[in-house]
Ligand binder design. Structure first.
Ligand code: ASP
Length: 417
């Protein structure tokens, strides 16, 4: 009785689609920040609670989804194909992204005439060797990998466990059932956490927008404009193009279905943190199977950073223009190559791309101290690049799902999002 009364009381709230509520949270957050300035940080705990809650989901959700996905696929060849397609698509889209960044900043010249001084000490990062990355994919201790949230190691262990459960046949069934039910519970919990997303997004954005006044943003307005323009073009032209030409799917549905994840990525600046939301969007809104979304998305959140690559292209040219450095065709090639590698090595956490920038800068001999100029507004750029990173993961997931017959087009075309 009481329950129905409460349900009725909040009926109007329930009738609003989640993406609309999240967007409203975003808009109100910007407003609160603009009106209250730094005082808007009082709302930050709302955002922190939300981020903690989605981070809490990552490890159990990825692990259980992947084990369930692998056991339901039952075909090692198919898994190999999915892996190969995923990696190729991730690399191709990243190369597109960095090229868009380079073309736009060559055309729009955001660094010309910017006279900012820099004197902070920044040292170049050592990029880990390819061999050590490969060796470390295999966890020595899976519990340790789970405890530390090492996504790639968790993926490797989950694939091994999933295959073994399939191979032992009947004996594997009880464990499969446990994982199946555990994964369901994790989906439910993600749904419950997402109900809080509009408030979390509000808190995060109010804090950010209250911190950055025009006096900080204006000198770098052109740089910000180019990064945002390149990001929007990349999503609207390249991703939508891939979805319609390669996937033969309606790109508007892809964009709408990915919106929750894009907004959470924008406000949290963490693609790893957004992972539970991306998995939910892929399955619930875009109709991608557990097997494909459970594999392609965690891999993407770890290695596919199109927005970061694009940002590196723009910022490196910006600094070259600002310091009056002429770049040769070789340098451009170098930026594409090192930018792609640096983006792969970038962790899906706030600010990681800024640190990796030094690798690209060092390669072409630009002064590393110039990074300090961008550091002050990096959060604003991070929000855009993380949104692209997540949108890219969802695009590739949709395409791989479609090509493997693991995409339910009815859900894709009709979900309410
Ligand atoms: N914050 C980005 C992400 O989580 C990484 C970056 O800083 O470029 O995807």
């Amino acid at each position: 009785m009481q329950e129905t009364a409460t349900q009725e009381k909040f009926g109007w709230w329930r009738r609003i689609a989640l993406w609309q509520k999240i967007l409203a949270g975003l808009a109100l957050g910007v407003l609160a920040g603009a009106l209250l300035g730094e005082t808007a940080s009082v709302f930050k705990p709302l955002g922190d609670i939300f981020i903690n809650a989605i981070m809490m989901l990552i490890v159990p959700l990825v692990f259980s989804t992947l084990v369930v996905g692998i056991t339901s696929m039952r075909d090692p060849q198919k898994m190999g194909r999915i892996g190969a397609r995923t990696i190729i698509l991730y690399l191709v889209t990243t190369a597109f992204a960095i090229s868009i960044g380079l073309v736009l900043s060559t055309l729009l010249q955001p660094g010309v005439g910017v006279g900012l001084s820099f004197d902070a000490e920044v040292s170049a990062n050592e990029a880990p060797s390819l061999m050590s990355i490969l060796i470390n994919l295999v966890p020595r201790n899976p519990i340790d990998a789970l405890a530390n949230g090492n996504i790639m190691q968790i993926i490797v262990f989950a694939i091994g466990l999933g295959i073994s459960l399939t191979l032992i046949g009947e004996k594997g069934e009880p464990v499969m059932k446990v994982f199946d039910s555990f994964a369901e519970a994790m989906y439910k919990l993600t749904g419950l956490v997402m109900a809080f997303a509009p408030f979390g997004v509000f808190g995060l954005i109010a804090h950010v927008s209250g911190q950055y006044g025009l006096e900080i943003l204006l000198p770098l307005a052109k740089l910000i404009g180019v990064v945002y323009l390149a990001s929007i073009l990349h999503v609207l032209v390249i991703y939508s193009g891939f979805i319609s030409l390669m996937g033969r799917l309606n790109p508007v549905r892809y964009l709408k279905g990915s919106l929750d994840a894009i907004v959470v990525a924008f406000s949290s600046a963490s693609s790893a943190g957004t992972l539970p939301v991306s998995i939910r969007c892929a399955q619930k809104n875009l109709g991608v199977s557990e097997g494909v979304s459970g594999f392609v998305l965690p891999v993407g959140a770890t290695i596919n950073m199109d927005g970061t690559a694009l940002y590196q292209g723009v910022v490196v040219l910006f600094i070259a223009q600002m310091t009056g450095t002429d770049l040769s065709m070789m340098d451009y090639g170098m930026i594409v190559a090192t930018g792609t590698l640096a983006s792969i090595g970038t962790a899906g956490v706030p600010g990681a791309g800024l640190i990796m920038l030094s690798i690209v800068m060092a390669q072409i001999g630009l002064p590393l101290e110039a990074i300090a100029v961008v550091a002050g507004i990096d959060r604003i750029l991070d929000m855009a690049r993380t949104s692209v990173n997540v949108a890219g993961d969802l695009m590739v997931t949709t395409l791989v799902g479609k090509s493997e017959g693991e995409l339910n087009e009815e859900i894709y075309n009709t979900s309410r999002s």
